[in-house]
Design a protein around this ligand. Structure first.
Ligand SMILES: Cc1cc2nc3c(=O)[nH]c(=O)nc-3n(C[C@H](O)[C@H](O)[C@H](O)COP(=O)(O)OP(=O)(O)OC[C@H]3O[C@@H](n4cnc5c(N)ncnc54)[C@H](O)[C@@H]3O)c2cc1C
Length: 473
């Protein structure tokens, strides 16, 4: 994965906009660039474009969309941006966050109205940490697979070509740092060289590269990476080799609620709707209401690196809207019991400790006082029998640090000027979460993928078409 400097490179063919990566970012960029009238080629290393996107619940936040307005929810981009900035404790770049939050509205309206991506509002999403409004949009099954399938068919219908089993190994640049094309490794061992006028990097972050994780996020060294194997940090390495600036490399989306032995996410609604987590000793160990991302480190610090997430039948019903949860139900990934004592026996934690934990929570909910960790329990959400428990592990889902981009998703160099023809979005670009784990808010990943993808595709197309017409005249 390197950048080859070769001003005389020859290519089999040259396209206006070349996009590396067929996840949400790459396919949204392809759609936007095709809409803009450019000839577009997406290169995807896998046989089928899936990416981290297909592993996700496919939920994308945006404020004041047509769908949100029709649901009668009052919201706006400023309120949304302030939610994100608060969660990042002021460590995120405020102008950048505001501009992406503002653009996200049009992204959802454009995808749903012009390209028939079947979004609806995930009403329960307002309960997820960080969001002061219900603003997560998803396709009917609430799966990333369905989202990526919708984006792929929209991109192809718009005229974009997608080449699969096409692993980009190297970029080719001229002496000025302008990318002129790429080298593609094919499964039969052959190589192809494709030229481009503009290039969009949409290869996600580096969660699948254990060395890069250990170097940039030491607190997660050795943690399970529940991510796509293609997230090996290619965009970041190429960008840096071309002189790009990077930021927030210690930032990530972790999760403290991956069902043990199943590798499936137990929605954080299990906790944010009133549930809690205990260790094998039956005791709580943190303020779970801060968010699921920062909870990864806390769960990992418990004996044997796991926790039990305790919730009830009301929450089970709320989560039944999520297909991944229904899968967990079918796989009997949770234990159900009529009393908290029976639950303790079933999951083999000390009965006294778990009943005391439950009694403490009921008392706190009545008083409205925060517990020793800082969490406030609400009386209307105190768990009631029957109770459920699921054993969970921590994981790293995706990294949030990456290449610094401007408001058109152009990659910025160390001298603060944009690189000649390079764009990036999604996990390849700097995220919206600031530094560390605590800034991640549900949807920051896909919002960056779709909105920066859209901006990158539009700007890359417009630059390519302008340069083509200049050279023709
Ligand atoms: C379990 C889970 C749940 C999640 N839930 C949500 C959620 O509900 N909402 C949300 O906003 N975010 C969620 N996320 C995060 C979200 O999935 C990512 O932020 C988002 O999918 C990133 O999109 P992307 O297009 O940048 O990357 P990807 O979807 O990973 O696409 C990148 C593509 O590039 C390809 N690629 C990489 N290198 C090369 C190369 N050298 N040559 C050719 N192709 C290459 C990869 O194969 C891949 O297909 C979740 C993540 C996980 C793991």
């Amino acid at each position: 994965m390197s950048v080859i400097t070769d001003s005389a490179a020859q290519f089999e063919f040259v396209v206006d906009v070349l996009i590396i990566g067929g996840g949400a970012c790459g396919l949204t960029a392809a759609l936007a660039a095709s809409d803009g009238g450019a000839q577009v080629l997406v290169l995807e290393r896998d046989k089928v474009p899936l990416g981290t996107t297909a592993m996700s619940t496919g939920l994308i936040p945006a404020a004041a969309t047509r769908i949100q307005r029709e649901a009668g929810i009052e919201d706006d981009a400023e309120l949304f941006a302030n939610d994100l900035l608060r969660k990042s404790k002021g460590t995120a770049d405020a102008d950048y966050v505001r501009s992406v939050c503002t653009e996200a509205t049009e992204t959802i309206d454009w995808l749903s109205e012009k390209h028939s991506v079947p979004f609806s509002l995930f009403e329960a999403g307002g309960a997820l940490p960080g969001h002061s409004r219900s603003r997560l949009h998803g396709t009917p099954s609430r799966t990333g697979e369905e989202l990526i399938a919708s984006l792929l068919s929209a991109a192809e219908n718009a005229g974009a070509d997608v080449m699969t089993s096409a692993l980009v190994s190297d970029l080719i640049a001229d002496g000025s740092g302008r990318v002129t094309g790429v080298v593609i490794d094919r499964p039969d061992g052959s190589q192809e060289r494709v030229g481009c006028c503009t290039l969009v990097l949409a290869t996600c972050g580096f969660a699948g590269n254990a060395q890069m994780v250990a170097d940039n996020i030491p607190e997660l060294a050795g943690i399970m990476a529940h991510t796509h194997p293609g997230a090996t940090g290619d965009a970041l390495r190429w960008g840096v080799a071309l002189g790009a600036e990077s930021a927030d490399l210690g930032s990530y989306q972790g999760h403290g609620n991956v069902a043990a032995g199943h590798g499936l996410l137990l929605s954080w609604l299990s906790v944010s709707e009133g549930g809690f987590q205990v260790s094998a000793h039956g005791e709580r160990f943190s303020d779970e209401s801060r968010g699921y991302s920062e909870q990864a480190v806390d769960v990992g610090a418990q004996p044997d690196g796991f926790a039990w997430t305790i919730y009830d039948a009301r929450i089970d019903e709320i989560m039944s809207e999520i297909s991944e949860y229904r899968e967990l139900r079918n796989a009997r990934a949770m234990v159900q019991a009529d009393t908290i004592e029976e639950l303790a026996v079933a999951i083999r934690v000390p009965i006294e400790a778990l009943t005391q934990t439950m009694a403490d929570i009921e008392k706190l909910a009545q008083s409205g006082e925060a517990d020793g960790f800082g969490r406030i329990f609400h009386a209307d959400k105190v768990l009631k029998a029957p109770f459920f428990a699921a054993k969970v592990n921590p994981a790293l889902f995706h990294t949030q640090g990456g290449l610094v981009v401007d408001q058109n998703a152009r990659v910025i160099g160390l001298d603060d000027d944009p690189l000649p023809n390079l764009f990036a979005g999604g996990g390849a670009a700097r995220g919206l979460s600031g530094a560390g784990a605590s800034g991640y808010v549900a949807g920051n990943g896909l919002m960056s993928a779709t909105t920066l993808g859209k901006l990158a595709g539009r700007a890359a197309a417009s630059q390519a078409l302008a340069e083509n017409s200049e050279s023709a005249s």
